[in-house]
Design a protein around this ligand. Structure first.
Ligand SMILES: *Cc1c(COP(=O)(O)O)cnc(C)c1O
Length: 354
């Protein structure tokens, strides 16, 4: 740290992205990316758009916004496109943390929430999940705090129902309730249509997981016009050109090709259920994930050990240095070949323990 760094930020602990080691080629199951390439029309459109990189992109991302709004059955005024969904989350922490308003979220969830809270200088409270990692809905009622819940949750993959979300919305009329639907295309029920009914709901989405565009950085928020206008104000105060022109066309054609992507999601869901079964046969505890990853623990081997041994064998998974989940690893569900390779390595590792 230089002596110039703001003391307001001196305690900031940054988010740690999943590793991307370059020493050899790994089977990469550690960051919940899609194993499938973007569709052809996306690649072609990006190439075409690259010819106009001398010009600024459309700050409103109008065509993309309209296509997204249409696809999800809301108005363009209800959608704001951002540089990954991380950015819309950051905007929300900046926008809605005023006058001492706290943010609350589970103790085990997306690691970026506390980082954004610290960065934007707002108070937050982490509410412990139950022993089995499920959420106690009552913990989120009448708290006079903004609520952030990932549904499905990460890294557990567990979902809550739409009626539970409605309970939270009704009990927190004077707070913003953010539902992070990064993984909703793999299971669970989206609550996007509830933005028509509740003016305190913000749903965030990403193209990084189900739409094979993690590297393009594209996400968006859906909410009532007033919330979207607040977030737009933050956007125009930080980075009006937050979604570059290649990413705008990539997103546009991805939405138009949604059949291709949703079919890929179905493949991932099938592979997930297969992998879950196979791991359970090998004595793993596996949460009931509705996402594109599994959260697993084996009584014979610690999470860190299993992660390190898999890495030695060329398979990357994610282990979190958090006491409560130290026995677990999070495994992204890939193609059947990747799943089989993981299982083969797992058998080798478990075999050598005997
Ligand atoms: C991956 C992820 C995001 C954000 O991803 P972006 O690539 O920034 O769109 C948001 N929330 C959760 C829970 C995630 O796992």
């Amino acid at each position: 740290m230089s002596r110039f760094f703001s003391d307001k930020l001196s305690k900031l602990r940054e988010y740690t992205p999943g590793e991307q080691p370059k020493d050899k080629s790994y089977i990469k199951l550690n960051t919940n990316e899609s194993p499938f390439e973007p569709s052809k029309s996306v690649a072609e459109a990006v190439q075409k758009a690259s010819k106009n990189l001398n010009l600024y992109c459309d700050p409103e991302a109008s065509s993309l916004t309209q296509a997204v709004a249409e696809f999800y059955g809301v108005g363009s005024e209800n959608v704001l496109m951002t540089n990954g969904s991380d950015e819309i989350l950051e905007f929300a922490f900046l926008a809605f943390g005023g006058s001492g308003k706290k943010f609350i979220f589970p103790d085990l969830t997306y690691g970026f929430y506390p980082v954004f809270a610290n960065l934007s200088g707002v108070n937050y409270e982490e509410i412990p999940l139950k022993e089995d990692f499920s959420i106690t809905i009552e913990d989120y009622l009448d708290k006079n705090a903004n609520v952030v819940i990932a549904n499905p949750n990460a890294p557990t993959g567990l979902v809550i129902t739409k009626s539970d979300i409605e309970k939270i919305l009704i009990a927190n009329k004077n707070s913003v309730v953010i539902i992070d639907e990064a993984y909703i295309d793999f299971g669970g029920e989206s609550c996007i249509d509830l933005v028509k009914k509740y003016d305190n709901l913000l749903v965030t989405r990403t193209f990084s997981k189900s739409y094979s565009l993690a590297g393009a950085r594209l996400g968006f928020g859906v909410a009532c016009k007033e919330i979207i206008d607040d977030l737009r104000k933050i956007k125009y105060s930080t980075n009006p050109y937050n979604v570059n022109s290649m990413t705008q066309v990539a997103g546009y054609f991805a939405i138009k090709d949604s059949d291709y992507y949703l079919k890929n999601c179905k493949t991932i869901v099938d592979n997930r259920e297969y992998l879950k079964q196979e791991l359970e046969k090998r004595n793993f505890y596996v949460t009931d994930s509705k996402s594109n990853f599994l959260f697993v623990a084996n009584p014979k081997i610690g999470g860190k050990d299993y992660y390190l041994k898999l890495k030695e064998l060329g398979v990357l998974v994610r282990h979190f240095d958090k006491q409560r989940i130290k026995d677990f690893v999070r495994i992204t569900v890939g193609t059947s070949q990747q799943v089989d390779a993981l299982l083969a390595c797992t058998d080798k590792i478990l075999g050598e323990l005997l």
